[in-house]
Design a protein around this ligand. Structure first.
Ligand code: SF4
Ligand code: SF4
Length: 333
C-alpha cells in the first residue's frame, strides 16, 4: 500500500468509527427522551452518557468546579471525561482530536470535499480578512474562560452544575434541533454553505473548542518536523495542508492551527524528510500508530471512567420525568 493511501485510509477509518459511534449515541438519546416523555411507551431506554460530549460549556464549568472544589461533577461526568480526553490527546498529538475524532471536523471535511467537487476548488479568504477572522475563535474562548475561570468562584460553578437547566441541557439541545426556529435553521445552513466554499470554515474561524485544543497542542512533544538537508523545497507539504501552514518554511510546525492530520507527511515525496516526531528523530509516529494511539487512549480513559463510576449521570429517571415538562421555563440560574 502506498504511503498516500496508508495515511488516508487510517484517518478515514478512525473518523468513520467515531462518526458511527456519534450517530448511534444520537439515535439512542432520541429513543431515551421518547421513552421518558411518552407515558404509553412500555420499554425504558437507557440514556447514553456519551451525549454529554456535546455539552462543552458544562464540561468547562465542571473542570473549574473540580479544580476549585475538588469535586468531580456527577451530573454530566462523561462530558468532563470526554473534555479531559480531548485535552490529553491535544497535549500529546497536537489537535489530533479535530482531524481524527471530532464529528464536526469530519463533517467539515466532507463539506469541503463537496465544495471541491462542485467548484473544482475551495475558496481562500485574503489575508486581511483571514487573520482577524481566525482570531474570532480565540476571542470566543477568552470570553468563556474569563466568565467561568475568573468571574465565577468555585461555589458558583458547583451551584450551576446542580441547576435544573444544566441537568436537562442535553435534552434542551435536542429540542433546539427538533423545533428549530428560522433563525437557528438559517445559521446552521449558512455555516454549512460557508464550509462548502471555504475549507474548515467553522474549525478555522469559530470553534472555541478547537482554539483551546490548539493552544494546548503547542505544548505537544510530537510535532511535524522537517529535515532541511533532504528537503527539495517542492512545497507539496504546504499546498496540501488544510490549515494553510507554511510547512516547507518551518523546521518544526508549532502553529496552534496544526491538527496533526498528517496530510503534509503523506504528500512529501522524499522519505524521512517530514515526520510527526519527538525532537531529534526519537519516535516518529506512523498514521497507523497515531490511529491506534488515539483509539487506545480514548478506550482507556472511557473504560477507567466507567469502571470507577465516573461515567453515568446521577440524575434519576424520576428527576428527568419531573424536569422535562417544565423544561422551556428553565433558565441558566
Ligand atoms: S497538513 Fe501537516 S501541518 Fe498541516 S495541519 Fe496537517 S499535520 Fe499539521
Ligand atoms: S513536501 Fe517534503 S520535500 Fe517538499 S517542501 Fe515539504 S518537506 Fe520539503
Amino acid at each position: 500500500m502506498s504511503k498516500h493511501k496508508n495515511i488516508y485510509t487510517w484517518r478515514r477509518l478512525i473518523q468513520l468509527l467515531f462518526t458511527i459511534i456519534v450517530v448511534l449515541i444520537g439515535i439512542q438519546f432520541i429513543r431515551f427522551v421518547h421513552s421518558i416523555t411518552n407515558p404509553d411507551t412500555m420499554q425504558f431506554i437507557a440514556r447514553p452518557a456519551g451525549v454529554e460530549a456535546f455539552l462543552p460549556i458544562s464540561a468547562l464549568v465542571a473542570l473549574k468546579s473540580w479544580l476549585a472544589n475538588g469535586i468531580f461533577d456527577r451530573i454530566h461526568p462523561a462530558g468532563l471525561v470526554i473534555f479531559l480526553a480531548a485535552m490529553i490527546v491535544s497535549l500529546l498529538w497536537k489537535r489530533a482530536f479535530c482531524s481524527w475524532i471530532c464529528p464536526f471536523g469530519t463533517l467539515s471535511e466532507g463539506l469541503a470535499l463537496l465544495g471541491k467537487k462542485m467548484f473544482k476548488r475551495n475558496f481562500i479568504l485574503p489575508n486581511w480578512l483571514d487573520y482577524p477572522l481566525r482570531s474570532l475563535k480565540y476571542i470566543i474562548l477568552a470570553f468563556f474562560v474569563l466568565f467561568i475561570f475568573v468571574l465565577m468562584d468555585g461555589a458558583s460553578t458547583y451551584m450551576f452544575l446542580q441547576t435544573p437547566y444544566n441537568m436537562v441541557a442535553d435534552i434542551k439541545m435536542l429540542d433546539f434541533f427538533r423545533n428549530m426556529t428560522w433563525v437557528g435553521f438559517s445559521v446552521v445552513i449558512g455555516l454549512m454553505l460557508l464550509s462548502i466554499l471555504i475549507e474548515h470554515f467553522w474549525c478555522r474561524y469559530l470553534c472555541p473548542y478547537g482554539a483551546l485544543l490548539g493552544l494546548l497542542g503547542m505544548l505537544s512533544p510530537w510535532k511535524i518536523r522537517r529535515e532541511p538537508l533532504s528537503c527539495i523545497s517542492c512545497e507539496r507539504c504546504s499546498i496540501s495542508c488544510p490549515n494553510r501552514i507554511k510547512v516547507d518554511k518551518a523546521l518544526t510546525v508549532r502553529s496552534p492551527e496544526c491538527t496533526g492530520c498528517l496530510d503534509c507527511v503523506e504528500q512529501c515525496p522524499v522519505s524521512n524528510t517530514l515526520r510527526f516526531d519527538l525532537p531529534k528523530t526519537a519516535f516518529p509516529l506512523s498514521p497507523r500508530m497515531l490511529a491506534l494511539g488515539v483509539v487506545a487512549l480514548w478506550i482507556a480513559l472511557v473504560g477507567v471512567a466507567k469502571l470507577t463510576g465516573y461515567w453515568e449521570t446521577s440524575i434519576s429517571t424520576e428527576m428527568y420525568k419531573m424536569l422535562i415538562p417544565s423544561m422551556d421555563q428553565l433558565n441558566h440560574f
